[in-house]
Design a protein around this ligand. Structure first.
Ligand code: PTR
Ligand code: PTR
Length: 284
């Protein structure tokens, strides 16, 4: 595959990381006015990580702001996401409201609550078997299962006014510090596989870390690359990242994250290549 040869060469020679470092962080000309309104400033975890007005998730309420962006990948495959910051104590209700309104059935969390003694995300869900109310939504957590690198939780959301119930799955990857890369590429690839298994229908997956750009960007790029590989299409990571940054600024934070991701894509590609010829041999 030509794009994979380019990728391999690009990593070896360093041209890919050079181009990555020269990509724009934000799409020029897009405003972030709503995020900067005085009534919304304390809803942003980081003053420098704000959603564009055009792609922000709008809550159906008087107070319509949340630091979250719609991300749609359209390049042969169609994948929808909401990329969000880790909720703050004062934004947990907005977070659950967006889960409900956007019909999200899976939340992917890529951070722990604290890292090196600093808060990265507020615990926005109840410990099992507790139940908690977030605005009009009652959230109960009825199971928590720990894997090597991630935790799976099952929530039930009940809408107080409508009486309607929905199940939401929570997948929390716990082996990935911010500005860093996952501890183990195989664990991470397994995690992406379980994320892919959660894809049913057309509803967006909710993805968040602390700022909702670095690790969230890596996960979205990676799932996109895998689904392109699966459908036999070429993978150009820089094009994917540019497309993501046109919808949420600064997606993928560091060169290390970028390189990690490229190497993981190559690894998946090689494993697929190795399994295909063997399969043919058995038939000869
Ligand atoms: N000049 C930057 C680059 O190409 O890397 C892109 C950029 C565009 C950076 C806008 C920042 C921008 O917005 P602000 O002035 O709000 O930081
Ligand atoms: N200004 C913050 C900082 O650099 O610490 C913003 C920030 C925080 C950016 C975390 C990215 C972060 O990582 P992630 O998006 O993976 O949570």
């Amino acid at each position: 595959e030509e794009s994979m040869k380019q990728l391999e060469r690009g990593i070896q020679t360093g041209t890919l990381t050079f181009h990555f470092e020269n990509l724009y962080m934000r799409k020029p000309g897009l405003s972030v006015a709503c995020a900067r309104l005085p009534e919304n400033t304390d809803k942003n975890r980081y003053k420098d990580v704000l959603p564009y007005d055009v792609s922000r998730v709008v809550l159906q309420d008087q107070e319509d702001y949340i630091n979250a962006s719609h991300i749609t990948v359209r390049s042969g495959v169609c994948l929808r996401y909401i990329a969000a910051q880790g909720p703050l104590p004062q934004t947990c209700t907005h977070f659950w409201q967006s889960v409900w309104e956007q019909h999200t059935h899976t939340i992917i969390m890529l951070t722990t609550l604290t890292e090196r003694g600093r808060t990265k995300c507020h615990q926005y869900w109840p410990h099992p078997p507790e139940v908690r109310d977030y605005g009009y939504l009652r959230v109960s957590c009825h199971s928590e299962e720990c894997n090597l690198a991630y935790v799976t939780r099952q929530f039930t959301l009940t809408h107080a006014q409508l009486g309607e119930e929905r199940s939401v799955t929570h997948l929390q990857y716990v082996a990935w510090p911010d500005h860093g890369v996952p501890d183990d590429p195989s664990d991470f690839l397994l995690f992406i596989t379980s994320v892919r298994e959660r894809r049913t229908g057309d509803t967006p997956l909710m993805v968040h870390c602390s700022a909702g750009i670095g690790r969230t960007g890596v996960l979205i790029t990676m799932e996109t690359a895998l689904s392109l590989l699966e459908s036999g299409r070429p993978v150009f990571p820089l094009d994917i990242i540019r497309m993501l940054r046109d919808q949420r600024a600064m997606m993928i934070q560091t060169t290390c994250q970028f390189r990690f991701m490229c190497e993981a894509i190559l690894r998946v590609y090689r494993e697929r290549e190795e399994s295909i010829p063997q399969h043919h041999l058995q038939h000869c």
